[in-house]
Design a protein around this ligand. Structure first.
Ligand SMILES: C[S@@+](CC[C@H](N)C(=O)[O-])C[C@H]1O[C@@H](n2cnc3c(N)ncnc32)[C@H](O)[C@@H]1O
Length: 350
């Protein structure tokens, strides 16, 4: 990975994004790696992604749009390369001709999806990093919290205390939960909350995903990479948990909505604002505005950062910022795999 891989998505052409995506996700999704490299060299396929919404990563949106149509039953030989759809081992041949043909055949639908949909992958595996970060908050605060998620998608991370976790020999959460999350510990051990006291919780999203709407659920499923059966199963289980008591989600730009939500927090509850793979879609100016907003909130706010900028390989960071009604004091807590496969707790490494 060269310098380009650390550059912001706003500074890259779509061709550069596909190249960086293929580079970064290589061994995790061989199909998308192959297709990503093919798109770089195909002006027609690149043009298909010219209408993405601002800040939207072209590879994720194109691949999700294609899978969304396949999940909806679009008949095409390309489905054979998606084990979750075909139920069989993918063919050994090159998927690129089938992919290109699919894109030509469904061009109008794809353009419509690409120009209206967002990368909203709601990955419950990230709760494996959020939970110990909340334990770190608990150690600082010893007070009830109001969880506020920026870029919540369907709000599945907001429900983190309804899932069951295994960290090596330790477990946490309701044993009967259908959502079972496990990670490989690369350092550690991470702290786990002793008395997680969530007074209330709310998510903000430009486009909240409604867990009770089958079309929304299909888009979430389309964002999961082919062959990632465990993630797909976890997503379905988490949606099942959410449907019985959906999270409270507010539609809007977090920078507009957050001031009201911060001032509404119940007395005695400290707002804990977190964002997970959302600021990748923001410009530098938006990120600076968020920092200003939190440091001038007129009250103490804690912020948890779970972000992965620019497809750097395996380097999402877990950070904590404490805004004591002024500029933040920050701490790096660790890093983790972007779907929670491993967790490296502690401030060591690059
Ligand atoms: C990749 S998803 C991540 C979802 C979830 N945080 C997770 O990690 O599973 C990013 C979400 O951020 C939302 N988003 C991006 N910019 C936003 C903004 N300015 N205000 C509110 N939501 C935003 C997108 O709509 C999308 O649902």
């Amino acid at each position: 990975m060269g310098l380009m891989s650390d550059r912001h998505i706003y500074d890259r052409s779509n061709a550069e994004q596909f190249a960086a995506f293929a580079d970064a996700v290589g061994d995790e999704t061989p199909l998308y790696t192959r297709l990503g490299r093919a798109v770089v060299d195909d002006p027609g396929l690149l043009d298909l992604t010219s209408g993405t919404l601002p800040g939207q990563p072209a590879p994720n949106v194109l691949f999700a749009a294609v899978q969304y149509l396949l999940l909806g039953g679009a008949p095409h030989e390309l489905a054979a390369w998606y084990p979750g759809l075909s139920g069989t081992t993918p063919p050994s041949g090159d998927p690129v001709p089938a992919f290109a043909d699919f894109c030509r055949s469904y061009e109008a639908e794809l353009r419509r999806l690409i120009s209206t949909r967002r990368t909203q992958t709601n990955e419950v595996g990230r709760c494996l990093a959020l939970l110990p970060a909340l334990a770190a908050v608990e150690r600082r605060l010893a007070a009830p919290v109001r969880l506020i998620e920026i870029g919540a998608s369907a709000g599945l991370l907001l429900l983190l205390d309804r899932y069951h976790y295994t960290y090596g020999a330790r477990t946490w959460g309701p044993t009967e939960s259908p959502v079972r999350l496990t990670t490989e510990l690369r350092a550690g051990p991470p702290p786990l909350p002793a008395h997680l006291d969530i007074q209330d919780r709310v998510g903000i999203d430009l486009n909240p995903i409604d867990v009770t709407n089958p079309d929304d659920a299909r888009w979430l499923e389309a964002l999961v990479w082919p062959g990632h059966e465990t993630r797909q199963k976890q997503l379905r289980s988490a949606l099942g948990v959410a449907v019985s008591d959906p999270p409270d989600l507010v539609a809007g730009d977090a920078l507009d909505v957050l001031p009201r939500i911060l001032s509404d927090a119940p007395p005695g509850a400290v707002p804990v604002v977190y964002h997970s793979f959302a600021l990748i879609q923001w410009s530098d100016d938006q990120r600076a505005r968020l920092d200003r907003l939190l440091s001038t909130a007129g009250r103490r706010v804690v912020r948890i950062w779970l972000e992965w900028f620019g497809y750097q390989r395996n380097r999402p960071l877990i950070r904590l910022f404490d805004y004591p009604d002024g500029p933040a004091d920050g701490e790096r807590l660790g890093r983790f795999h972007h779907h929670g496969r491993w967790l490296e707790w502690g401030a060591t490494g690059s």
